[in-house]
Design a protein around this ligand. Structure first.
Ligand code: DHB
Ligand code: FE
Length: 280
């Protein structure tokens, strides 16, 4: 039987990927930010997940105003790193797990979550930067990836409550998959940031840290944070944090935090990172 053994959350700032790709992570601006991911890289090397369900958002790369799926699951064999204007990031192709992905799609849809199935797409920084942060710079990624793209770019994104409930449905889907697999689920994006307009550069460390606290202590509070609070308190792109609630919902009632990191700033963004293990 497949098992969800851990949840990981992290920001996906494109400049973090560029700093790794260009060998600049030890420069003064970046050093402390990257230091907070070293623990996780060693832990991941020991955990050896077979598959990561990687909850992320596409930034008008694979999807644009022509198609706006709320929840899109990648059912393809492989995905290329997207060209976001500077050429594709020099990272390995992402290898999918079509059997598991179709199983999750079927289970979630019969569980009344209407997923969009995607067989072909390129993946942008939303997916590749978290892989780089957790796995470093290998020639091939050490596990298969089931991409789960969430619309947080065009209003209306899904509610935090809906995201949490989808996580619970994903947990049921994984638990009913017959193959013996070590599965992790990652929630990515955030934390507070606003990239445009008069409030560009907004960071709210107090709000972000309460969110990190309550991922462990009071996830029921987080489910009911309205969109307007994310917008007001965490900037226009802070809504990416609803994706962390899919990860959290998949872990069950109680979790233990194994590692936590918060760093400001990276580009315009507060970088948050937490590693959670289900308890019981
Ligand atoms: C930045 C952050 C993001 O989440 C993103 O998608 C693009 C840019 C930034 O801080 O530069
Ligand atoms: Fe983003």
């Amino acid at each position: 039987m497949a098992r969800i053994t851990a949840g990981v959350a992290c920001s996906h700032v494109p400049a973090l990927g560029a700093a790794m790709d260009n060998g600049r992570t030890q420069e003064p601006y970046w050093h402390n930010c990257f230091a907070g991911f070293e623990w996780t890289r060693a832990w991941e090397a020991a955990q050896k997940p077979d598959v990561v369900i990687l909850v992320y958002n596409d930034h008008a790369t694979a999807f644009d105003m022509d198609f706006i799926p709320t929840f899109a699951i990648g059912c393809g064999e492989r995905y290329k790193s997207a060209d976001e204007g500077w050429g594709p990031r020099p990272v390995p192709d992402v290898i999918g797990d079509p059997d598991l992905a179709w199983h999750i799609a079927q289970s979630c849809i019969l569980d009344e979550f209407d997923m969009t199935m995607v067989s072909r797409m390129d993946v942008d920084h939303g997916l590749t930067v978290p892989l780089s942060l957790m796995f470093g710079q290998p020639d091939v990624w050490p596990c298969r990836v089931v991409p789960l793209a969430v619309n947080v770019v065009t209003y209306p994104p899904p509610s935090g409550n809906r995201c949490y409930a989808l996580g619970e449905a994903i947990a049921r889907a994984v638990a009913s998959y017959p193959e013996d697999l070590n599965v992790q689920i990652w929630g990515t994006g955030g934390m507070s940031h606003q990239l445009q307009g008069p409030r560009a550069g907004l960071i709210n460390a107090e709000w972000d840290n309460r969110f990190l606290d309550d991922l462990v202590n009071d996830p029921q509070r987080l489910r009911h944070i309205p969109h307007i609070e994310y917008l007001r308190e965490t900037g226009s792109e802070g809504i990416e944090m609803v994706m962390w609630l899919i990860m959290r919902g998949a872990l069950g009632k109680d979790v233990r935090a194994l590692h936590r990191h918060y760093h400001v700033p990276a580009s315009n963004t507060a970088v948050g990172h937490i590693v959670l293990e289900p308890v019981g």
